[in-house]
Design a protein around this ligand. Structure first.
Ligand code: IPM
Ligand code: MG
Length: 352
Protein backbone atom coordinates (compact mmCIF):
# COMPACT_ATOMS: atom_id res chain seq x y z
CA UNK A 1 0.00 0.00 0.00
CA UNK A 2 1.21 3.43 -0.99
CA UNK A 3 -1.31 5.82 0.59
CA UNK A 4 0.54 8.92 -0.64
CA UNK A 5 -0.84 12.43 -0.21
CA UNK A 6 -4.04 14.39 0.36
CA UNK A 7 -7.03 12.07 0.58
CA UNK A 8 -4.77 9.08 -0.25
CA UNK A 9 -4.48 7.63 3.28
CA UNK A 10 -8.25 7.89 3.91
CA UNK A 11 -9.30 6.17 0.69
CA UNK A 12 -6.65 3.43 0.89
CA UNK A 13 -7.80 2.62 4.44
CA UNK A 14 -11.31 1.96 3.09
CA UNK A 15 -10.04 -0.28 0.29
CA UNK A 16 -8.01 -2.28 2.81
CA UNK A 17 -11.12 -2.64 4.97
CA UNK A 18 -12.96 -4.07 1.97
CA UNK A 19 -10.09 -6.42 1.05
CA UNK A 20 -10.02 -7.70 4.62
CA UNK A 21 -13.75 -8.35 4.51
CA UNK A 22 -13.25 -10.27 1.25
CA UNK A 23 -10.48 -12.30 2.86
CA UNK A 24 -12.92 -13.45 5.49
CA UNK A 25 -15.70 -14.26 3.07
CA UNK A 26 -13.51 -16.15 0.59
CA UNK A 27 -11.01 -17.57 3.12
CA UNK A 28 -8.11 -15.66 1.61
CA UNK A 29 -5.27 -14.11 3.47
CA UNK A 30 -3.50 -10.91 2.51
CA UNK A 31 -0.21 -9.65 3.82
CA UNK A 32 -0.19 -5.85 3.81
CA UNK A 33 2.80 -3.58 4.02
CA UNK A 34 2.96 0.16 3.60
CA UNK A 35 5.52 2.66 2.33
CA UNK A 36 5.62 6.43 1.83
CA UNK A 37 5.41 7.90 -1.66
CA UNK A 38 4.95 11.39 -3.13
CA UNK A 39 4.95 14.43 -0.88
CA UNK A 40 4.64 12.18 2.17
CA UNK A 41 7.95 10.57 1.20
CA UNK A 42 9.58 13.95 0.51
CA UNK A 43 8.75 14.90 4.10
CA UNK A 44 10.37 11.82 5.64
CA UNK A 45 13.24 11.14 3.25
CA UNK A 46 13.69 14.09 0.91
CA UNK A 47 12.70 12.09 -2.20
CA UNK A 48 9.17 11.26 -3.44
CA UNK A 49 10.14 7.71 -4.47
CA UNK A 50 12.65 6.38 -1.94
CA UNK A 51 14.67 3.26 -2.88
CA UNK A 52 12.98 1.27 -0.10
CA UNK A 53 9.53 2.16 -1.42
CA UNK A 54 10.42 1.03 -4.93
CA UNK A 55 11.97 -2.22 -3.74
CA UNK A 56 8.99 -2.97 -1.49
CA UNK A 57 6.76 -2.56 -4.58
CA UNK A 58 9.02 -4.83 -6.63
CA UNK A 59 8.84 -7.52 -3.94
CA UNK A 60 5.06 -7.32 -3.61
CA UNK A 61 2.42 -9.22 -5.58
CA UNK A 62 0.47 -6.03 -6.25
CA UNK A 63 0.50 -2.36 -5.28
CA UNK A 64 -2.45 -0.23 -4.21
CA UNK A 65 -1.85 3.50 -4.55
CA UNK A 66 -3.95 6.30 -3.04
CA UNK A 67 -2.97 9.61 -4.61
CA UNK A 68 0.09 11.73 -5.09
CA UNK A 69 0.98 15.43 -5.00
CA UNK A 70 -0.39 18.68 -3.64
CA UNK A 71 0.26 22.43 -3.55
CA UNK A 72 2.83 21.96 -0.79
CA UNK A 73 5.21 20.23 -3.19
CA UNK A 74 4.37 22.07 -6.43
CA UNK A 75 7.35 24.41 -6.05
CA UNK A 76 9.87 21.55 -5.93
CA UNK A 77 12.27 21.14 -8.85
CA UNK A 78 11.08 18.51 -11.32
CA UNK A 79 13.57 15.89 -10.00
CA UNK A 80 11.73 15.92 -6.69
CA UNK A 81 8.17 16.69 -7.74
CA UNK A 82 5.81 13.88 -6.66
CA UNK A 83 4.19 13.36 -10.09
CA UNK A 84 7.34 13.54 -12.22
CA UNK A 85 9.76 11.92 -9.78
CA UNK A 86 7.55 9.29 -8.12
CA UNK A 87 4.40 8.27 -10.00
CA UNK A 88 5.83 8.29 -13.53
CA UNK A 89 9.08 6.47 -12.62
CA UNK A 90 7.08 3.97 -10.58
CA UNK A 91 4.90 3.16 -13.61
CA UNK A 92 7.95 2.99 -15.85
CA UNK A 93 10.12 0.90 -13.52
CA UNK A 94 7.35 -1.61 -12.95
CA UNK A 95 6.88 -1.85 -16.74
CA UNK A 96 3.20 -0.87 -16.56
CA UNK A 97 2.53 0.09 -20.16
CA UNK A 98 -1.24 -0.34 -19.99
CA UNK A 99 -3.69 1.53 -17.80
CA UNK A 100 -7.20 0.09 -17.81
CA UNK A 101 -9.91 2.53 -16.77
CA UNK A 102 -13.44 1.12 -16.69
CA UNK A 103 -16.00 3.87 -17.26
CA UNK A 104 -19.13 2.20 -15.95
CA UNK A 105 -22.26 4.12 -15.04
CA UNK A 106 -23.93 2.62 -11.97
CA UNK A 107 -27.71 2.86 -12.44
CA UNK A 108 -28.18 4.61 -9.09
CA UNK A 109 -25.91 7.45 -10.23
CA UNK A 110 -27.66 8.31 -13.51
CA UNK A 111 -29.00 11.55 -12.08
CA UNK A 112 -25.73 12.44 -10.34
CA UNK A 113 -24.19 13.26 -13.72
CA UNK A 114 -24.73 16.72 -15.17
CA UNK A 115 -25.33 14.96 -18.51
CA UNK A 116 -28.81 13.92 -19.61
CA UNK A 117 -30.10 10.49 -18.61
CA UNK A 118 -31.06 9.58 -22.17
CA UNK A 119 -27.51 10.14 -23.34
CA UNK A 120 -25.54 8.41 -20.62
CA UNK A 121 -27.83 5.50 -19.74
CA UNK A 122 -26.05 2.21 -20.47
CA UNK A 123 -22.54 3.68 -20.53
CA UNK A 124 -20.01 0.86 -20.16
CA UNK A 125 -16.61 1.68 -21.64
CA UNK A 126 -13.12 0.36 -21.02
CA UNK A 127 -10.43 2.91 -21.77
CA UNK A 128 -7.02 1.35 -22.43
CA UNK A 129 -4.48 4.12 -21.98
CA UNK A 130 -0.85 3.65 -23.03
CA UNK A 131 1.09 4.52 -19.87
CA UNK A 132 4.85 4.52 -20.36
CA UNK A 133 5.39 6.39 -23.61
CA UNK A 134 4.50 9.58 -25.42
CA UNK A 135 4.93 13.11 -24.12
CA UNK A 136 5.14 11.97 -20.50
CA UNK A 137 8.44 10.22 -21.12
CA UNK A 138 9.95 12.02 -24.12
CA UNK A 139 13.01 14.20 -23.89
CA UNK A 140 12.32 17.62 -22.40
CA UNK A 141 14.26 20.81 -22.66
CA UNK A 142 14.16 24.42 -21.49
CA UNK A 143 16.49 27.04 -22.89
CA UNK A 144 16.86 30.79 -22.80
CA UNK A 145 16.28 32.60 -26.06
CA UNK A 146 16.18 36.32 -26.78
CA UNK A 147 12.95 37.65 -25.35
CA UNK A 148 12.21 34.63 -23.14
CA UNK A 149 12.60 30.89 -23.08
CA UNK A 150 11.97 27.93 -25.28
CA UNK A 151 10.40 24.73 -23.93
CA UNK A 152 10.50 21.45 -25.84
CA UNK A 153 8.63 18.19 -25.32
CA UNK A 154 9.16 15.12 -27.45
CA UNK A 155 6.39 12.73 -28.49
CA UNK A 156 7.81 9.32 -29.35
CA UNK A 157 6.14 5.99 -30.10
CA UNK A 158 7.72 2.90 -31.61
CA UNK A 159 5.97 0.12 -33.50
CA UNK A 160 6.53 -2.36 -30.67
CA UNK A 161 5.11 0.02 -28.05
CA UNK A 162 1.97 0.45 -30.16
CA UNK A 163 1.70 -3.26 -30.89
CA UNK A 164 1.75 -4.37 -27.26
CA UNK A 165 -0.94 -1.91 -26.13
CA UNK A 166 -2.88 -2.56 -29.35
CA UNK A 167 -2.97 -6.32 -28.83
CA UNK A 168 -4.03 -5.88 -25.23
CA UNK A 169 -6.91 -3.65 -26.37
CA UNK A 170 -8.02 -6.04 -29.15
CA UNK A 171 -8.02 -8.89 -26.63
CA UNK A 172 -10.03 -6.81 -24.16
CA UNK A 173 -12.56 -6.07 -26.92
CA UNK A 174 -12.85 -9.80 -27.68
CA UNK A 175 -13.82 -10.37 -24.04
CA UNK A 176 -16.43 -7.60 -24.20
CA UNK A 177 -18.73 -6.46 -27.03
CA UNK A 178 -16.12 -6.68 -29.78
CA UNK A 179 -15.88 -2.99 -30.69
CA UNK A 180 -12.58 -1.11 -30.51
CA UNK A 181 -12.06 2.61 -31.10
CA UNK A 182 -8.46 3.61 -31.62
CA UNK A 183 -8.10 7.31 -30.85
CA UNK A 184 -5.33 9.37 -32.43
CA UNK A 185 -4.56 12.65 -34.20
CA UNK A 186 -3.28 11.10 -37.41
CA UNK A 187 -4.27 14.16 -39.46
CA UNK A 188 -1.54 16.15 -37.68
CA UNK A 189 0.89 13.98 -35.69
CA UNK A 190 3.46 11.58 -37.15
CA UNK A 191 3.35 9.40 -34.03
CA UNK A 192 -0.41 9.08 -34.58
CA UNK A 193 0.11 8.05 -38.20
CA UNK A 194 2.35 5.23 -37.00
CA UNK A 195 -0.25 4.43 -34.33
CA UNK A 196 -3.04 4.20 -36.92
CA UNK A 197 -1.04 2.13 -39.41
CA UNK A 198 0.00 -0.28 -36.66
CA UNK A 199 -3.54 -0.68 -35.32
CA UNK A 200 -4.80 -1.22 -38.86
CA UNK A 201 -2.22 -3.98 -39.43
CA UNK A 202 -2.91 -5.66 -36.07
CA UNK A 203 -6.57 -5.84 -36.99
CA UNK A 204 -5.78 -8.74 -39.38
CA UNK A 205 -5.17 -10.90 -36.31
CA UNK A 206 -8.50 -9.95 -34.71
CA UNK A 207 -11.11 -10.19 -37.48
CA UNK A 208 -13.86 -10.72 -34.88
CA UNK A 209 -13.30 -7.20 -33.50
CA UNK A 210 -14.80 -4.15 -35.20
CA UNK A 211 -12.04 -1.51 -35.38
CA UNK A 212 -12.78 2.20 -35.75
CA UNK A 213 -10.19 4.96 -35.97
CA UNK A 214 -11.24 8.26 -34.46
CA UNK A 215 -9.49 11.62 -34.14
CA UNK A 216 -9.09 12.70 -30.53
CA UNK A 217 -11.03 15.97 -30.91
CA UNK A 218 -13.97 14.08 -32.38
CA UNK A 219 -13.64 11.41 -29.68
CA UNK A 220 -13.90 14.10 -26.99
CA UNK A 221 -17.19 15.22 -28.52
CA UNK A 222 -18.55 11.73 -29.24
CA UNK A 223 -17.85 10.66 -25.65
CA UNK A 224 -20.41 13.06 -24.23
CA UNK A 225 -22.72 13.04 -27.26
CA UNK A 226 -23.08 9.30 -27.93
CA UNK A 227 -21.18 7.38 -25.25
CA UNK A 228 -23.02 4.12 -25.92
CA UNK A 229 -21.21 3.67 -29.25
CA UNK A 230 -18.01 2.92 -27.32
CA UNK A 231 -16.95 -0.45 -25.95
CA UNK A 232 -13.14 -0.35 -25.73
CA UNK A 233 -11.11 2.79 -26.46
CA UNK A 234 -7.34 2.53 -26.94
CA UNK A 235 -5.19 5.62 -27.06
CA UNK A 236 -1.79 7.11 -26.29
CA UNK A 237 -0.74 8.34 -22.86
CA UNK A 238 -1.78 11.99 -22.82
CA UNK A 239 -4.98 11.60 -24.86
CA UNK A 240 -5.92 8.83 -22.41
CA UNK A 241 -5.23 11.05 -19.41
CA UNK A 242 -7.47 13.80 -20.74
CA UNK A 243 -10.27 11.65 -22.15
CA UNK A 244 -10.65 9.61 -18.94
CA UNK A 245 -11.19 12.68 -16.75
CA UNK A 246 -13.82 13.75 -19.23
CA UNK A 247 -15.35 10.27 -19.42
CA UNK A 248 -15.65 10.14 -15.63
CA UNK A 249 -18.46 12.70 -15.89
CA UNK A 250 -20.50 9.97 -17.61
CA UNK A 251 -20.34 7.96 -14.36
CA UNK A 252 -21.46 10.79 -12.10
CA UNK A 253 -18.07 11.52 -10.54
CA UNK A 254 -14.36 11.06 -11.02
CA UNK A 255 -14.59 9.53 -7.56
CA UNK A 256 -16.04 6.44 -9.26
CA UNK A 257 -13.15 5.74 -11.62
CA UNK A 258 -10.71 3.06 -10.54
CA UNK A 259 -7.85 1.79 -12.63
CA UNK A 260 -5.37 -1.02 -13.13
CA UNK A 261 -1.88 -0.33 -14.45
CA UNK A 262 -0.62 -3.60 -15.85
CA UNK A 263 1.97 -5.09 -18.17
CA UNK A 264 4.81 -5.91 -15.75
CA UNK A 265 5.33 -8.52 -13.07
CA UNK A 266 3.76 -6.36 -10.35
CA UNK A 267 0.66 -4.37 -11.20
CA UNK A 268 -0.36 -1.04 -9.69
CA UNK A 269 -3.94 -0.19 -8.80
CA UNK A 270 -4.73 3.49 -8.64
CA UNK A 271 -7.88 5.61 -8.65
CA UNK A 272 -7.95 7.89 -11.72
CA UNK A 273 -8.52 11.00 -9.60
CA UNK A 274 -6.01 13.16 -7.75
CA UNK A 275 -5.14 13.85 -4.13
CA UNK A 276 -7.91 16.47 -3.58
CA UNK A 277 -5.94 18.49 -0.98
CA UNK A 278 -8.94 20.79 -0.44
CA UNK A 279 -10.91 18.02 1.30
CA UNK A 280 -8.04 15.95 2.72
CA UNK A 281 -8.42 14.75 6.30
CA UNK A 282 -12.10 15.72 6.47
CA UNK A 283 -13.70 12.31 5.97
CA UNK A 284 -15.40 13.70 2.84
CA UNK A 285 -13.56 11.93 0.02
CA UNK A 286 -15.24 9.25 -2.05
CA UNK A 287 -13.28 5.99 -1.54
CA UNK A 288 -15.25 4.03 -4.15
CA UNK A 289 -12.69 4.52 -6.95
CA UNK A 290 -10.02 3.02 -4.69
CA UNK A 291 -12.34 0.22 -3.57
CA UNK A 292 -13.10 -0.50 -7.25
CA UNK A 293 -9.34 -0.47 -7.94
CA UNK A 294 -8.95 -3.11 -5.22
CA UNK A 295 -11.58 -5.16 -7.06
CA UNK A 296 -9.47 -4.87 -10.22
CA UNK A 297 -6.49 -6.07 -8.17
CA UNK A 298 -8.40 -9.20 -7.19
CA UNK A 299 -9.34 -9.73 -10.83
CA UNK A 300 -6.02 -9.11 -12.57
CA UNK A 301 -3.30 -9.81 -9.98
CA UNK A 302 -4.96 -12.49 -7.88
CA UNK A 303 -7.17 -14.07 -10.54
CA UNK A 304 -10.12 -14.04 -8.14
CA UNK A 305 -13.04 -13.03 -10.34
CA UNK A 306 -15.61 -14.02 -7.72
CA UNK A 307 -14.23 -11.63 -5.09
CA UNK A 308 -13.80 -8.84 -7.66
CA UNK A 309 -17.37 -9.25 -8.84
CA UNK A 310 -18.74 -9.24 -5.31
CA UNK A 311 -16.99 -5.95 -4.47
CA UNK A 312 -18.42 -4.35 -7.62
CA UNK A 313 -21.89 -5.63 -6.69
CA UNK A 314 -21.50 -4.36 -3.14
CA UNK A 315 -20.67 -0.89 -4.49
CA UNK A 316 -23.79 -1.00 -6.67
CA UNK A 317 -25.87 -2.11 -3.67
CA UNK A 318 -24.64 0.69 -1.41
CA UNK A 319 -25.45 3.26 -4.10
CA UNK A 320 -28.89 1.74 -4.63
CA UNK A 321 -29.47 1.98 -0.88
CA UNK A 322 -28.94 5.73 -1.25
CA UNK A 323 -25.59 6.19 0.48
CA UNK A 324 -23.59 9.01 -1.07
CA UNK A 325 -20.41 10.93 -0.40
CA UNK A 326 -20.71 14.71 -0.71
CA UNK A 327 -19.71 15.09 -4.36
CA UNK A 328 -22.43 12.71 -5.60
CA UNK A 329 -25.09 13.71 -3.06
CA UNK A 330 -28.59 13.86 -4.55
CA UNK A 331 -32.01 14.76 -3.12
CA UNK A 332 -33.51 11.90 -1.11
CA UNK A 333 -30.14 10.24 -0.54
CA UNK A 334 -28.15 9.96 2.64
CA UNK A 335 -24.83 11.79 2.82
CA UNK A 336 -22.10 9.85 4.60
CA UNK A 337 -18.36 10.21 5.09
CA UNK A 338 -15.44 8.28 3.65
CA UNK A 339 -15.29 5.74 6.49
CA UNK A 340 -19.06 5.25 6.64
CA UNK A 341 -19.46 4.46 2.95
CA UNK A 342 -16.55 2.00 3.30
CA UNK A 343 -18.40 0.37 6.21
CA UNK A 344 -21.55 0.15 4.09
CA UNK A 345 -19.63 -1.64 1.33
CA UNK A 346 -18.37 -4.14 3.92
CA UNK A 347 -21.91 -4.66 5.23
CA UNK A 348 -23.24 -5.16 1.70
CA UNK A 349 -20.46 -7.67 0.94
CA UNK A 350 -21.66 -9.92 3.73
CA UNK A 351 -25.17 -10.08 2.25
CA UNK A 352 -24.12 -11.03 -1.30
C1 IPM B 1 -3.64 10.23 -13.80
C2 IPM B 1 -3.01 11.49 -13.23
C3 IPM B 1 -1.51 11.44 -13.46
C4 IPM B 1 -1.25 11.33 -14.95
C5 IPM B 1 -0.74 12.64 -12.85
C6 IPM B 1 -0.97 12.75 -11.36
C7 IPM B 1 0.71 12.60 -13.16
O1 IPM B 1 -3.59 12.61 -13.79
O2 IPM B 1 -3.27 9.13 -13.36
O3 IPM B 1 -4.51 10.36 -14.67
O4 IPM B 1 -1.27 12.35 -15.66
O5 IPM B 1 -1.03 10.21 -15.43
MG1 MG C 1 -5.26 12.19 -15.06
Amino acid sequence: MLPGDGIGPEIVAEAVKVLQACAEIFSLSFEFSEAPVGGAAVEVSGHPLPEETLSLCQQSDAVLLGAIGGPRWDHLPVERRPEAAALLPLRKKLGLFANLRPVLLYKALIDASPLKRGIIEGTDILVVRELTGGLYFGEKKREKIPGGERAVETLVYTTSEIERIGRLAFEAAQQRRGVLHSVDKANVLESSRLWRETMHRLHDDYPDVQLHHMYVDNAAMQLIDQPRQFDVIVTENMFGDILTDQASVLTGSIGMLGSASIGGKVALYEPAHGSAPDIAGQNRANPLATILSAALMLRYSFDHEAAAGVIEKAVATVLEQGYRTAEIMQPGCREVGTAEIGDQVVTALATL
